[in-house]
Design a protein around this ligand. Structure first.
Ligand code: ATR
Length: 278
């Protein structure tokens, strides 16, 4: 690969062509007047080890890492931040004195989005419900635990996966099933969907929000469509909602700052830019 003439970061994944990350980083580069670039870079699973091993040789100054390479990135870095270490997954890498360093910005990104779109909410704390038990659920559970939500009920179709997460994260994290929701909802302060249900092309997530407390905040990490059937149902029930787009935008902030040296801001204009592309 030829070395680009300006500092260039990338997002790797397999497949990668649908990633919106270039829109985000190019917007910030332009806003801040920085001569740099950010590109999609497809890396097949069999090539990911070599990609990280040779990273310091160029051409990239840093990278975001998406599915299915986050665990491989964690294994490849010489140092990882506390979140990445807890999750065993890295989504952002950069070089420090030639060594590859990694972080997981999904969990902080989730919290930053809540803080921006529901200011003051987190101080309320209280019990939370996380729907799903995959990689996204892990990041959200870590974030909620860090913020002091307790207990965090992990509700999953395959209960054994919820139980595995409860065991991994320890006290305060409890496995549950969808049948438990009517009993859990009246006490919950926050409900987060991390399943793929409600995503464009997937079946809707159908849960009865009737028993929920009126103060329940409902958030979805799905952002295509922006208003998922879950968020629409929550609004119809008069509940506060936070959509998932901001998590994508906020998780991008630390990487940009590491690579290009300035901390970018998640603006309404940036949200509109991504929405125009969806
Ligand atoms: P990710 O890493 O993006 O979170 P994942 O590991 O594939 O993705 O997890 C997808 C989540 O959506 C899982 O919690 C999955 O439930 P199972 O563990 O039971 O598979 C959930 N999910 C996907 N399709 C679902 C469906 N039709 N009904 C209920 N849950 C579903």
């Amino acid at each position: 690969m030829t070395t680009p003439s300006i500092p260039t970061a990338c997002v790797i994944g397999w497949p990668i062509k649908h990633s919106r990350s270039p829109i985000i980083h190019r917007y910030w580069l332009q806003q801040l007047g920085i001569a740099g670039d950010y590109v999609r870079h497809a890396v097949a699973p069999e090539d990911v080890g070599a990609f990280f091993r040779d990273f310091a040789k160029g051409p990239f100054i840093g990278a975001n890492v998406t599915v299915p390479h986050k665990e491989a990135a964690f294994a490849a870095v010489s140092r990882a931040d506390a979140v990445a270490t807890a999750l065993g997954a890295v989504n952002t890498v950069w070089l420090e004195e030639g060594a590859l360093v990694g972080a997981n910005t999904d969990a902080p990104g989730f919290l930053a989005n809540l803080d921006q779109l529901a200011p003051g909410f987190d101080s309320a704390g209280g019990p939370a419900i996380v729907l799903g038990a995959g990689g996204a659920a892990r990041a959200v559970i870590w974030a909620l635990k860090a913020r002091g939500f307790a207990p965090v009920h992990v509700v999953n179709r395959t209960r054994a996966r919820a139980e595995a997460l409860a065991e991994r994260f320890g006290p305060g994290i409890e496995a549950a099933s969808f049948e438990d929701l009517p009993a859990l909802l009246p006490h919950a302060a926050l409900l987060v969907n991390t399943t793929s249900l409600g995503m464009q092309g997937e079946p809707p997530l159908e849960i009865d929000l009737g028993p929920a407390d009126d103060r329940l905040l409902v958030t979805d990490i799905v952002y295509i469509p922006l208003e998922t059937p879950l968020l629409a149902a929550a609004k119809a029930r008069g509940l506060r909602t936070v959509d998932g787009l901001g998590m994508l935008l906020h998780q991008a902030v630390p990487g940009f700052e590491h690579w290009f040296g300035q901390r970018p801001v998640v603006t309404d204009e940036l949200r509109a830019l991504i929405l125009a592309d969806i």
